[in-house]
Write a protein that binds this ligand. Sequence first.
Ligand code: ADP
Ligand code: MG
Length: 234
Amino acid sequence: MQPVIYMEHIKKVYRVGQEDLWALRDVSFSVDPGEYVAIMGPSGSGKSTTMHIIGCLDVATEGIYRLDGVDVASLIDDELAHLRNQKVGFVFQSFNLLPRTTAVENVELPLLYAGVPPRVRREWAIEALIRVGLGHRLYHHSNELSGGQQQRVAIARALVGNPSLILADEPTGALDSHSSEEILGIFAELNQEGRTVVMVTHEPDVAHHAKRIISFRDGMVVSDTLSPVTEGRR
Ligand code: ADP
Ligand code: MG
């Protein structure tokens, strides 16, 4: 089976003033189709940098990264953007929705950029919002929704292009525990449907919803284990 994510000796250095800052020192792991992985670790350990490389928002300084078998280093910017739009749906801690814009319009946005015609856009956006349980909030402005609802809109927006890989960076970081549980329930369902999910969190309780936990420290992977939940089911 070809992994969705294949990272080999990935390094990432940021130049800060005169200094080189090694955000990733040596990261190797792969993720197979259909896995549900949590990346855990303290603040500054390189989790977001790793997610940006996985999602083709940034490129590694050194090492090999293949997304669905495609070596991203061989791509020019336009090709990288195309690969990202085709394969990856992103969810962020801060939702990143347009305010004073309806839920359905927020979800349509990636389809607008992809040149999908208006009627099809609307149909797919409504479908995605129903999928996350927001069929009754289609025409509410995003700023009229609760935090948990806004994150569900963001998940619908990530899903609407039917990506095989969902990347979520601290998706429950801004939510109360009830809303967090709802969001984690949606990720579990998406994974059961066969999508690959990779979620970043610094909270062990959240990480345990995933089936596999990769722990980072100082830009390195320090452990890679099945989550206790998965172990219990074996
Ligand atoms: P995490 O998500 O685990 O908190 P990050 O991947 O955001 O960690 O950051 C890893 C290290 O890289 C940190 O020391 C951070 O300050 C640094 N870093 C992240 N992004 C940048 C950037 N754009 N420019 C400079 N340094 C950065
Ligand atoms: Mg981060």
